[in-house]
Design a protein around this ligand. Structure first.
Ligand SMILES: [Zn+2]
Ligand SMILES: [Zn+2]
Length: 263
């Protein structure tokens, strides 16, 4: 059985990038970090940026795209995004060589090396945002961030994934008590915004019950959340449903300024 590995290189509202890799294939999901940070964090897991087979973009927001132009140009890596994402992203990421541009239909899976990629639509305030499920042999892992609401269709895509990077963006009370303008608070809480800690906890419970062995909680807000609260909210929810953290599931929290690896 080919096993997939997942490493969150950076994850927060400030910048997101994750690498999914098998022995023969290496895929970057999003590049919301600088080329320099990408190079140094990949070096920690002994991956050369030039060996990446593809960069997959979830959506055009800069916390997912700010380094993609630099990386595509410097290392000549194909960049995959939906048509809607390309139409918005092209304005902000600088030139991406024509030979590196790939457009996909989000309803169809596609192959990169020995990894099959299945995109899925996510509810988020972007042109045409997606999450991704990855298959290799019997293995399945998924990246699911920037999700306004955990819809049944999304859960159907994610269930049974061995590893899931799951958004746990904000704590509702911190957001409501915080200094963000009313409109921004409303946007974050909306069904096209982000997933809060309580909803992430319930999604994590359902995922573990579907067979997920590792949950990485990520895309944590710097203003309206903090890592210990993220961890404890999901841990308490799992425990209250008889799930033992550390035994039934590995629960990790992705870092704003460092890598977190799951294998
Ligand atoms: Zn976004
Ligand atoms: Zn984001």
């Amino acid at each position: 059985m080919t096993e997939l590995k997942m490493c969150s290189l950076r994850s927060s509202s400030k910048g997101n990038s994750t690498v999914i890799y098998s022995e023969n294939t290496k895929i970057l999901v999003d590049c919301g970090i600088s080329g320099k940070t990408l190079e140094s964090s990949l070096a920690e897991i002994n991956i050369q940026p030039s060996s990446l087979d593809a960069v997959l973009i979830t959506h055009e927001h800069t916390d997912h795209t700010k380094g993609v132009g630099v990386v595509a140009r410097k290392f000549n890596i194909p960049v995959f995004a939906t048509y809607g994402t390309w139409s918005q992203m092209s304005k902000s990421v600088g030139e991406i060589p024509d030979g590196c541009r790939r457009v996909f239909d989000e309803t169809l899976s596609f192959q990169i090396g020995d990894i099959t990629v299945q995109p899925f639509e996510i509810p988020h305030d972007a042109a045409h945002p997606v999450g991704y499920v990855f298959f290799s042999g019997d293995d399945k892992v998924a990246v699911a961030t920037d999700i306004g609401v955990m819809k049944e269709e999304i859960f159907e895509m994610l269930k049974g994934s061995r590893i899931v990077l799951l958004e746990s963006n904000y704590d509702l009370f911190m957001l409501e008590a915080g200094t963000y303008p009313y409109e921004l608070k409303r946007r974050i809480k909306s069904d096209l915004g982000h997933l809060c800690n309580d909803d992430a906890a319930l999604a994590a419970r359902d995922l573990v019950q579907s067979g997920t062995k590792t949950v990485i909680l990520g895309h944590i807000s710097q203003e309206n959340n903090y890592p210990e609260l993220v961890y404890q909210t999901t841990k308490l929810c799992l425990m209250s449903h008889g799930i033992k953290v550390g035994k039934d599931v590995m629960l990790l929290v992705a870092k704003r300024d460092g890598i977190v690896e799951a294998s």
